[in-house]
Design a protein around this ligand. Sequence first.
Ligand SMILES: [Zn+2]
Length: 148
Amino acid sequence: MLSITHIALGATAAHYTQNPLIYIPISLMGHYIGDALLHWDCGTGLENGSKSKRAAILQELFELSLSAVFLSIVFFNQSDKQTIHILIASFFSILPDLIEAPKNFLGKDLPLLKPLNTFHAKFHNSTPNMIIGFTPQLIFLFLVYLLV
Ligand SMILES: [Zn+2]
């Protein structure tokens, strides 16, 4: 799933709960559940070689920039305390992908991280079809925009 979608889920959980004991587990579990849904993301195509690592990295950096813009627009009127919760939740919502980044982008599956990456990989359910894999995420982001 796209980072922006993971981040939107975690930030929304933090916005409504402001309790790290609640929003951190929601952010992490939400990541795996989101990855289990059929989706398209920046890593789609890396496994079969249809996308280069360079292209995936550039797409991911662009998408993380969009995530920052999205957070700024949707959660712009939060207090400093709420903003910290939203940033913490955002970090945890993409933590599994951050842990996997050295493997995906540098080809280094560090032994310490391998069990986590193996667990993470069990959830991935991606499609190269951008319409099928992207539309539900856009709808979710629009709902977050409307409801927060
Ligand atoms: Zn993931």
